[in-house]
Design a protein around this ligand. Sequence first.
Ligand SMILES: [Zn+2]
Length: 120
Amino acid sequence: MASAMDFLPAFLSGMDKKALRGVSRRAAENPLTLQEQLLLMTRRANAEQLERAALQLQLAAALRFTDELRAQADDSDSDDVSCTFCGRRVGSLYRLVDDRVVCTVCYDSDPTLPAVRSYF
Ligand SMILES: [Zn+2]
């Protein structure tokens, strides 16, 4: 399908073509040349890559922080085992069915304590 642009050069002199090119450039929505547009897009892409790298660093730091918090929570769970009556941490401990932790001395001295769920 032939367009008007196919026939236009036959009616235009060299000066007309240059004048038309100048007018079309000024009338265009984006008056930049292709080289200028390419430079602009490259700069924008570089800026977005830098922003992406910064976001990746932030994400990695946040994930590390989350892992540290999780590790601390795990540590505190395992370290926070002591007798609920005397606070003793050493020796054998019982975990009762009501989730309290009692040392063997306290458990033996109090016959009203509930059954033992686990022993460690
Ligand atoms: Zn105790």
